[in-house]
Design a protein around this ligand. Structure first.
Ligand code: NAP
Length: 384
């Protein structure tokens, strides 16, 4: 898939580092940031095992994207995830690296696709050292001073950043995007919530194997099978929407008053999480009214013309056999969420099918859109 941007504005690009650059999400960052009009990759980092190698060597045998490793990063050295190395204006020397075996290690902010077991300390170290950290991991999502953002849903939550910096005495900051099931769920619910209110949601997910990273789920477990358990997933899907759909206060967030029940399943698709969702509105609504809201939904990223924003953040399918994972996950470069089969539900009121690309809209693409929003709002700037 070739990634196209909405608008090719010519500006001086911010320099970007990627923490966890060798993983599933890290690789997707590299693909999506090629030819980005505002950001350019200058530093790649991963674990000690990968550090010290060129990027192409570090991902040898485990590059899983459908396009080749971009030329611009092949010879870049992989660094350790240590901000002291990043601050260096010395050339990092490494055999075979870009520019005759040497590379500067400077960037203005970092994306994090780190394994959650190590993300906590590493992301904190970068925020303390003055970097904006745009994170995919769960570690800070529940903190009261860390925004959890989907730009179409709660772009105003970015305004907690100064409070976070003051409270933690950080010159940088951390901003997170939610779990890959939560992104399509809250995007589909948002226009309904704004107009009619929402009191209850029941969601059942059918989640692709790429959601488990690489090498992920063993083939003998997932081939010809459905696994009705994804460790730690259901609590995230039941809690994160409450923060996203809640209100911001000057010193934290007020959670939305919604009861959510989630059941998460791993299924043998490669990319794309399909959800069946039933929900109750607080005010009376009609199927036709909700469809109309979804078909016409646009939000701040579309108004601001952010480069990665889809023109239609929600694509409503009138064909009752859609959305389907393989056919619809790549809509608008994987950034548009598909919805279909909205109908009455005898228990909760309404039900529908929702689909989102997990490694794009649910991970790397979500973080890039967050960075574009933060750049436009003035939170991300050149450090030098
Ligand atoms: P992954 O494929 O396992 O990649 C993990 C990355 O973390 C690799 O680059 C790895 O480097 C690095 N890493 C591991 N241990 C490290 C250490 N001690 N120090 C520094 N770096 C270390 O995982 P993933 O699927 O890309 O997920 C990354 C994060 O995004 C996770 O927190 C995950 O929950 C979240 N996420 C994933 C998805 C998805 O669809 N996959 C969606 C939303 C959020 P090496 O290669 O050198 O080991």
């Amino acid at each position: 898939m070739k990634f196209k941007f909405m608008k090719n504005t010519r500006i001086k690009k911010l320099k970007v580092g990627i923490l966890g650059a060798t993983g599933t999400v890290g690789q997707k960052f590299i693909v999506l940031l090629q030819n980005h009009p505002w950001f350019e990759i200058t530093v790649l980092a991963a674990s000690k095992e990968s550090a010290g190698q060129t990027y192409e060597k570090a991902v040898s045998g485990r590059w899983k994207q459908e396009v080749d490793i971009p030329q611009s990063v092949r010879k870049m050295p992989v660094l350790e995830c240590d901000p002291r190395q990043f601050n260096s204006h010395e050339r990092i020397r490494i055999a075979g690296a870009k520019g005759g075996g040497a590379q500067f290690a400077y960037c203005d902010f970092v994306f994090s696709g780190l394994d959650a077991s190590v993300a906590g300390e590493i992301e904190k170290a970068f925020a303390m050292a003055g970097y904006g950290v745009i994170s995919n991991t769960k570690n800070y999502r529940t903190e009261r001073d860390v925004p959890l953002i989907v730009p179409e849903v709660n772009p105003n939550h970015a305004s907690i950043i100064p409070f976070q910096q003051k409270r933690r005495k950080w010159s940088g900051f951390i901003v997170t995007n939610p779990n890959c099931v939560v992104v399509p769920l809250v995007m589909a619910i948002k226009p309904v919530m704004d107009k009619f209110g929402i009191s209850k949601i029941m969601v059942t997910s059918m989640q692709a194997i790429s959601g488990a990273g690489y090498p992920g789920v063993p083939s003998l477990d997932i081939l010809d099978n459905v696994i009705p358990m994804i460790g730690g997933e259901e609590p995230k899907v039941e809690w994160e929407p409450l923060k996203l759909l809640g209100d911001i206060k000057k010193d934290g967030f007020k959670l939305a008053n919604i009861k959510i029940s989630a059941q998460c399943n791993r299924v043998p698709t490669k990319d794309g999480h399909l959800l069946t969702v039933a929900f109750s509105t607080r005010k009376p609504a009609k199927v036709g009214e909700i469809k109309h809201l979804m078909k016409n939904f646009k939000s701040e990223p579309q108004k601001m013309q952010l480069p990665s924003a889809p023109q239609k953040p929600l694509f409503y399918h009138d064909d009752e056999f859609r959305p389907q994972t393989r056919m619809d996950r790549d809509r608008e470069n994987g950034m548009s969420v598909s919805v279909g089969r909205l109908r009455e539900d005898p228990v909760l009121g309404f039900k529908m099918v929702v689909l989102g690309h997990n490694t794009i809209r649910g991970a790397a693409g979500a973080a890039i859109l967050n960075a574009e929003l933060l750049y436009k709002k003035g939170y991300l700037k050149a450090r030098l």
